[in-house]
Write a protein of this length. Structure first.
Lengths: 114, 114
């Protein structure tokens, strides 16, 4: 079974631009979660989608948004990029029907904002 | 607010010895799960082991086992017979039933010495 894939793997953007990251979950997984990982803040939860519905979100500004498609693929968008948005963005998929399932992570997208 | 505490920022262990990494979950919910992940320098998060709060026995997966203390809400990871390839960051994560929001600790950097 193929793992979680994320595209692109690396991205360099300029302040003020916007960016869209993509995540394809493991086949059969309907839950996709997004995390931001930085050396200073660690792993922070952005949001989680299940069957195209956002079930939970973290404490990030509205510039961070996401969506999930009917095939469970998910995208994350960051508008008006700031230098502090430079981070590794990780996507994780799981069965997550009840909330206690293990998550499987993709390789991440490393975003650099200059 | 819920919080995962990992008190050891860094640890060293001699090859072939056992090592214990600490994790405590600050939650008022009696139904929760605790997970451990390994993140090598390549960046990908690898699921290792899971413990549910109502599980009767401590979880075991190969060389990984959990020392679960329910009253303290802690699930310390024990790695037996350490190998050089075990050198990585180790993250503990917790989720309460029905929330789908996984909280991660700050991680422990483990270095296995030859």
């Amino acid at each position: 079974k193929a793992g979680v894939t994320q595209t692109p793997r690396y991205l360099i953007k300029t302040r003020g631009q916007q960016v869209t990251l993509s995540c394809s979950p493991i086949s059969g997984h309907r839950s996709v979660s997004w995390y931001q990982q930085t050396p200073g803040q660690g792993l922070q939860f952005l949001f989680e989608y299940f069957s195209e519905t956002q079930r939970n979100k973290g404490n990030f500004p509205g510039r961070f948004s996401g969506r999930q498609f009917s095939n469970s693929r998910s995208e994350m968008n960051v508008s008006t990029l700031e230098l502090g948005d430079s981070a590794l963005y990780l996507c994780a998929s799981s069965l997550a029907v009840t909330g206690g399932d293990e998550q499987y992570f993709g390789p991440g997208t490393r975003l650099t904002v200059t | 607010a819920q919080k995962i505490t990992q008190t050891q920022p860094g640890m060293f262990v001699q090859e072939k010895e056992a090592v214990t990494l600490d994790c405590t979950y600050d939650t008022s919910d009696p139904s929760y799960g605790l997970f451990w992940y390994k993140q090598p320098s390549s960046g990908e998060m690898i699921f290792l082991i899971y413990q549910g709060s109502y599980d009767q026995q401590n979880a075991t997966e190969g060389r990984y086992s959990l020392n679960f203390q329910k009253a303290r809400k802690s699930a310390n990871l024990v790695i037996s017979a350490s190998q050089l390839g075990d050198s990585a960051m180790y993250f503990c994560a917790g989720v309460t039933s029905g929330t789908y929001k996984y909280i991660f600790g700050t991680g422990t950097r483990l270095k296995v010495l030859a």
